[in-house]
Design a protein around this ligand. Structure first.
Ligand code: MRU
Length: 366
């Protein structure tokens, strides 16, 4: 997508062959590019959320493997790097998917071929992500277009967290249908949940939508239900960090509450995701998906721009109040109207997913 008329991806190889990323902890107030020199840098970027969003976490891990192979292409280095990267964030399964893909590609090769092959594989993972998300966008656009034809007015779409181009290599998942609809002249308006504690909606989704000229409002997380009750939401689209073979969806904390409110108000609740976000080894999201617990400071403090322009953080609760900070929750398949995927839109059921991905479905539930 474009920033000030210039096309960017969220991760790219620059003309010096350096792996570059946008530091998302500084957005929306500062646009800062960082270079990842080593696999340790890649692991840090994922853990400290300079990059985040399930597909981008996977892509960054792939580049982390490639950076390690530049230094040391031994079997030991391959395995240790994979383990190090896998330990960075537990919930998004795209991380495991990307690392497994790299291991499968690199493992059988002689050592001297691994550095070049790793670079090719990481580039291919990124290019495939862009193509996948573009397809998700096309399928999701049809849903928005159909609603527009029925309602003959701008379509109000609520989204949670950031599942836009910053969360992927390009296009996004939940935002891809919105960008495609907007680009096709279909009038859309987005309610962007601020998404405490890290406020990916207020900082990243709003920044992306503004840069692309998509009409939107940032709302506090508690406003969505009220807007739904008053007919101001036509459709919800969110992303996913891990979806089970049975269609349970794990996404940013608070997603479940939006799905409940949507169901109570008869509003379609769609989840947009690539096939790499499906964990075919599990079928019970509540039982089997590891939920990341993050630092208390994300709850006790909030970051923003001061009136003098400095970026700073301030404390909210009293000194010493204990906190809990689960970063994701699970929305059961029964609350999901449909899954928007690169191969099409399907029901959140084991049978529909198996029909769309027959090559993986044999592993379902194992
Ligand atoms: O903690 P984050 O910012 O990595 O969480 C991101 C989300 O929950 C996204 O909705 C999800 O990764 C889908 S991204 C296309």
């Amino acid at each position: 997508m474009k920033i000030d008329g210039q096309h960017y991806r969220s991760i790219w190889l620059d003309d010096k062959d350096d792996v570059s990323i946008i530091d998302q902890t500084r957005l929306p107030h500062e646009f800062k590019i960082r270079i990842l020199h080593t696999a340790d840098d890649a692991a840090l970027a994922i853990r400290d959320m300079w990059v985040r969003g399930a597909p981008l976490i996977g892509a960054t891990a792939a580049w982390g493997m490639a950076l390690a192979m530049r230094e040391d292409s031994s079997d030991t280095s391959l395995q240790q790097t994979a383990e190090k990267l896998l330990a960075t964030r537990p919930t998004a399964v795209n991380l495991r998917w990307a690392i497994d893909t790299m291991l499968t590609r690199l493992g059988p090769l002689p050592q001297h071929e691994r550095a070049d092959a790793a670079q090719t594989a990481a580039s291919e993972i990124c290019d495939a992500d862009v193509a996948t998300n573009s397809q998700i966008g096309n399928h999701g656009k049809t849903i928005i277009e159909t609603l527009w034809q029925q309602l003959q007015r701008p379509i109000n779409i609520l989204t949670h967290c950031n599942a836009g181009w910053l969360a992927t290599v390009d296009w996004g998942t939940a935002l891809a249908p919105i960008y495609k609809a907007h680009n096709a002249g279909i009038p859309v308006h987005v309610w962007a949940d601020e998404t405490r504690p890290r406020n990916q909606g207020a900082s990243l989704t709003a920044w992306e939508l503004k840069a692309h000229g998509v009409p939107h409002h940032v709302i506090v997380d508690n406003a969505g239900g009220h807007l739904m009750q008053h007919g101001e939401v036509d459709l919800c689209i969110v992303g996913s960090d891990r979806t089970t073979a049975a269609g349970d969806v794990c996404n940013k904390i608070g997603t479940y509450l939006k799905a409940l409110a949507a169901r109570d108000n008869g509003i379609p609740f769609y989840v947009a995701l690539p096939g790499s976000t499906i964990d075919w080894t599990i079928s019970d999201g509540l039982r089997d998906i590891p939920i990341e617990e993050r630092d208390a400071r994300e709850v006790t403090h909030i970051q923003g721009k001061l009136e003098n322009g400095d970026i700073s953080s301030v404390q909210l609760p009293p000194d010493g109040s204990p906190t809990r900070n689960p970063a994701f929750d699970v929305t059961p398949a029964r609350l999901v109207s449909g899954l928007i995927m690169e191969r099409g839109v399907c029901a959140a059921t084991p049978a529909a997913l198996a029909a769309l991905y027959p090559e993986y479905a044999s592993n379902e539930g194992k």
